[in-house]
Design a protein. Structure first.
Length: 316
């Protein structure tokens, strides 16, 4: 059944992009992905290379300036890097469509508590009715799991709209210390899952999560900081095969742990420079001797002013 969540129109002819490059590796994609006429008209074919046994397939979608900035200093809202491209406003809307497309084909979407604090009405649902219908027709929940990630839960706003929208299924992934803080402060019915190690994950534990319909699932891993390897293992066993990571800081961390698979980086042809925010600015940088590479999987373009790059991460 379709949700009552806010939707908006996506005009296929206005937003349509052209694929100007495709890696031969895309011909070997093994994983079929949900699709619908709207996706095929605007973006074309979307398949993933592989799934994993011990964690979800992970990817992110970000828009950057041509010099890699993800926000202006004077106006830090992330979407403005796209929307302030005066030469291609429709290209900015295509960036928003691609994010929604990736939400639509995902089992879960990971967001940061910082985003919740910055945007009081933020929910990771699908804003296109055709793509929501696609999920329903494929036997999926209309809304992918919204998974809040937090170091110790001290930054989670428990009065956020996310916790007050029954149509949005919500999880929290935090440390075991953070889980206790959630237990004291959450106002929703919740199911608490204490996971000290991968070895402690049992079918009974996963079934208890499946049985907690309508409750917020709270996963505690690591003592004072989440253990992402354990947390992603739990998500995989729970049925999260594809995970969209919408928080840049956690995306950067997963790259450092060699657990990020693909980057959908959309390039708005504007220049920002200076000290404006970059991806991973608050994380540890890689060195000249130890850093990941990527293989370009595809390039789409909307105009001379907006490009959409899909990278596969390569780790030594």
């Amino acid at each position: 059944m379709a949700t009552s969540l806010f939707k908006m129109p996506f005009d296929s002819q206005r937003l349509k992009v052209q694929r100007v490059y495709a890696s031969t590796e895309l011909a070997h994609c093994q994983v079929e992905t949900m699709s619908c006429e709207k996706i095929r008209e605007i973006y074309g074919e979307l398949k993933f290379l592989e799934l994993h046994e011990d964690r979800p397939c992970t990817y992110t979608s970000l828009v950057t300036s041509l010099d890699g900035r993800i926000a202006f200093t004077d106006a830090p809202q992330g979407p403005l890097i796209a929307k302030k491209n005066k030469y291609d406003p429709a290209g900015a809307d295509t960036d928003w469509f691609i994010l929604n497309m990736l939400r639509a084909v995902s089992d879960g979407v990971m967001l940061g508590a910082g985003t919740m604090n910055a945007e009081s009405d933020y929910t990771c649902h699908v804003f296109d009715q055709d793509m929501e219908n696609m999920r329903i027709e494929n036997g999926k929940n209309p809304v992918p799991w919204n998974i809040v990630t937090s170091l110790d839960a001290t930054d989670i706003p428990f009065d956020h709209v996310l916790f007050n929208t029954p149509e949005v299924p919500v999880m929290i992934s935090t440390s075991r210390k953070g889980m206790e803080l959630v237990r004291k402060n959450i106002q929703n019915d919740a199911c608490f899952v204490d996971v000290p190690s991968i070895e402690s994950v049992t079918e009974e534990m996963i079934q208890s999560m499946r049985d907690a319909a309508g409750k917020v699932l709270v996963i505690g891993t690591g003592d004072t900081a989440p253990d992402s390897k354990v947390a992603l293992y739990v998500l995989k066993k729970f049925g999260i095969d594809r995970l969209l990571v919408e928080t840049p800081s956690y995306m950067h961390y997963l790259v450092s742990q060699k657990m990020m698979d693909e980057l959908f980086f959309n390039y708005s042809c504007i220049y920002v420079g200076g000290q404006a925010l970059t991806i991973g600015k608050f994380g540890k940088e890689f060195t000249s001797e130890d850093h990941p590479h990527t293989r370009m999987l595809s390039i789409h373009t909307h105009s001379d002013h907006f490009f959409y790059f899909r990278h596969k991460l390569l780790y030594d």
